[in-house]
Write a protein that binds this ligand. Sequence first.
Ligand SMILES: C[S@@+](CC[C@H](N)C(=O)[O-])C[C@H]1O[C@@H](n2cnc3c(N)ncnc32)[C@H](O)[C@@H]1O
Length: 464
Amino acid sequence: MPRKGDILKLNIESLSFGGYGFAKHNGIAIFVEKGLPGQKVEAFIFRKQKKFYKARINRVISETAEITDAKCTHFDDCGGCSFQTLNYEQQISEKYNQVVEILNHIGKFRDIKVSPILKADNIYNYRNKMEFAISNNPWYEKYNPVEKKDFCIGLHPKGRYDKTIDILNCDIQSIIANKVVSIIRRVCIHNKILAYDITNHTGFMRQAVIRSSDYSNETMIIFVTSFFSKEILKPLINELSELKEIKSIINNVNPKKADISKGTEQHLLYGRDYIFEKLGNYKFKISPDSFFQTNTKQSKKLYDIIKSEADLRGHEIVYDLYCGTGTIGIYLSKKAKKVYGFEIVSSAINDAIINASENNINNALFFNKDIKDILKDSQINQIEKPDVSIIDPPRAGLHPKALKNIINLNQKKLIYISCNPSTQARDLKEFVNNNYKIKKIQPVDMFPHTPHIESVVTLVNESN
Ligand SMILES: C[S@@+](CC[C@H](N)C(=O)[O-])C[C@H]1O[C@@H](n2cnc3c(N)ncnc32)[C@H](O)[C@@H]1O
């Protein structure tokens, strides 16, 4: 049995979900950070768990044929795009194998047919939202191991939430967002605006969230600060509001120790408190706290798959469960008799109601509800039951009570969208045990260079 600190020679066999290279040593599973299939590496064990080990590469003994150069200068240090040195075709093939493996392993679905992954046309600059940490505690990068910085704005290295990589350029986020990051850095340093210190809980600037739409590059910036002072933020507001793309600057105040971007107060500093995005013929209003898919171009493809799978004929009642700003329901509404959307975040529901009205949709209603409570809700019990339900929960998948509610809705068809194949496979198993049959599994690559993969699964109710 290997021990912590042991150095092993390993052949990386595949990429595991979560982005680690998978290798075996005397039958034991070893997950290797940034290991790529086909590589032979010398790696040391840094973590020992009950059934597996984690290792970090000391040196690559022989390289895989599929390797490409990382585009990003921060690749060696940043935990974000761990697949960046694997060519895109190979990334797709590895993600496909993962989806099949997880359905097999967690869902116990044998011989299941998974459609080829729908690839992304744009593999760089595709993210429309990123959260950047601001701190005085830099991560000393491989290519810049000495420079002490009192103000960093960027991302955390994998597993080191206390440290911040001062990101000069991030190749997966939008070009305008890169510009905004460098302006924030320059203006803060020049005006001596202090970064937050997470050890002593002093300082001011904690995070910057940048959200931009494909639609006219409309951009929202959310500054997360430890207290409210428009005065301190003034130089930033003055300079950033000069950019034509900046339509909204918001300040979330987070005086608490927990490092989150949500605040106890929210202030509008400039412009409007929302931006617009467009998907197909529909225009959507997005508020600071509302969810919106992070890859706009791929979202259009995702929604087109949902539309085609729903195959609506005009007489169907559609439930859009976990509806966010109502995007999927609105996208399907023209072909449905009626759409009902349900979502826990009130600002998202407010956006959904406005979105329906702005797009002249008059057959969609939205409710601010927790899915696990909908069937005990007298208001919901009065509305028509669905023929088709769309489910798009967060990464954790369905709460057992939510799952039970959805089964009890007894709809003819379910379309389950998820960015987490593991929780999706777990939930699919429950649906299949309750008379649903999987008709189609369509993965979509929404997140090139990262280990993440989205999947749309169509299920039909065999008891109907
Ligand atoms: C992955 S997003 C999907 C949003 C939307 N379908 C879209 O495509 O933009 C998941 C949504 O579920 C909402 N949510 C999380 N837990 C919920 C719950 N228990 N009940 C209702 N909505 C919930 C989140 O606020 C978020 O908007």
